[in-house]
Design a protein around this ligand. Sequence first.
Ligand SMILES: [Zn+2]
Length: 668
Amino acid sequence: MKLNDIEQKIKSIRDQINRHNHLYYISNSPEISDIEYDILFRSLLSLEEKFPEFITSDSPSQRISSAVSSEFKQFEHMSPMYSLANCFSEKEFLDWYKRTLDLSGYGQLDLVSEVKFDGLAVSMIYEKGIFVRGSTRGNGIIGEDVTNNLRTIKTIPMVLMGNVPETLEVRGEVIFPKSKFDQFNESRKTEGLSLYSNPRNLAAGSLRQLDSKVTAERSLDIFVYGVGYSIGNDLKTQWNVLNYLKSLGFKVSNLSSLFVKPQEVIDFYNTLVDSISNEDFSADGVVVKVNNLEVQQQLGVVGKDPRWAIAYKFPSIKSVTKLKNIELSVGRTGRISPVAILEPVNIGGAIVRQASLHNFDYIVNNDLKINDLVVVERAGDVIPKVVSFVPEGRKGVEFEWIFPEECPSCGSKIIRLEGESAHLCISSSCPAQLKRLIEHFVSKPAMNIEGIGIKQISILIDNHIIYNQADLFDLDSKKDEIINLNGFGEKRFNNWQKSIEESKKVAFSRVLVALGIPHVGLETAEIISRNFKSINNLIAASELDLVSLPSIGPKVAYSIQNYFSNEDNKYLVNQLISTGVRFDNSTDNMVVDSKLHGLKFAITGSFDNYNRADLVSIIKDLGGIVSSSVSKTTNYLITGDNPGSKLDFAKSNEVKIISIKEFIELTL
Ligand SMILES: [Zn+2]
């Protein structure tokens, strides 16, 4: 290929990758499989490696820069990033509307209402549609240059689509998904690192990393909501702005609405107060903006706040209350966590009586004492937690809490392993652990047995009706006893029976999850199910067999072997098998990843965009077999440029000959 052609080719691959990124991350409607995407991406990398002169800063390959900065460069915004005035009640909001209406001189003002994301505000500059620079809000005039870190966020387009303006400064809020927050802190905890107190701090901390590789590992996301400065477009309203940003390929919240009456805004606000905890981001209110941009101009700015917008804040999510006591809660793996018992307090509409304290070190590090006044935070539907104590509240009646020596459920001695933050009950007959284990067993990602929660499980165990998970499958023999228990009844019992019967059909991988083997989540369970196929093969597997599987390390392998070396666990599995629960994958639906299961491939010739090793690993990953020569039992010969003698053999022996494109189609 001529250099010119190579440059064109690189450009065309980049365009394709950008398009597929948008389909995947913004529209949620991918057109190609992850594997095909990988192939595309790898072909870009290999071309750029061979021809580094064609690497450009907007290439998708440059999302992770290797440069580590020693400090952030300061960067002056093209136009100021204003803060917003707040209001906290319906009356304050209506006062603002009336004031603004009077000032504008109009009889009515259209209003755009948007979610006020609780993250870190950033500004991004695009020249001719290409992302060139990004910064934090800073003090509104000068921010910090975080260009390399912003590049790592997949929902920020590097190249804009459609009708791109000369220069465009876009504003948005970088957030950290709520769903991943606890998990993230959990892994920090096991590594002995300090914890983040909320998703906003985590978003800010992640974006302000000097090494953008660290930022890339965090699951940052963005919502874009405004244009700060632009040349070359003709936007008349904020509503236009939102739709325009969407058309350029940005991620814009679909919760924004255009209203003509202030009462509609209030209704919108009230709906969000109730529903916002279901969203995967933190938000602290609604931003209301005058829709017409010209009217915005006329209204202008007072101090640092524009007159044309206001933040209508959600009810406070932090409160101060008294820490009355600390109790212990025992998890299914025996992990013992301290729980704060609080003087009941209303936080953002919910009465909070208990809050998380993470672990003993957290109590020590935050110097928390019984009888302290403490700040309790509730972020959406995350379990409330104690954030700090109020020093001014100390009267001398506070005292240190000492970690008890015995498990509150079974009375056995609590241990703490060297170098670990967690305290453990290691008794194998601890009722508290059993209750949590069964709660996990019946949960949605596991056996998905409906209508049975921790409350019902506790009653069944405390009344000696069940002793382990398998006993759930034999409730019928104790029917009379059960329906006479407080709050149970026949109808409920019959529903359980139906759901328990259904649960015998769940896939082997989910049964593995249900057992509650430490460190075996759904992903690991699926890998095990695919590779070992049945519980007997898994029990017979050596540590080496286990660690040779992708994403299974020594820790997981040990945990699995340890589980099955326990007689109680073996007994439980046998009991479950006899009830008809599935312990092999023979009747699982063909999963996506074994698309090429049992098919034999051979390869000949060379391919433009990827090398042979990549192809081999793709085939193997999908359950196919690759042989170095063609035989009559070969199903497909993948043929590239300059094929060898394999092609002749295939032709005369009726082996199916396919191109790389046809091969990709097979994998989809
Ligand atoms: Zn115990």
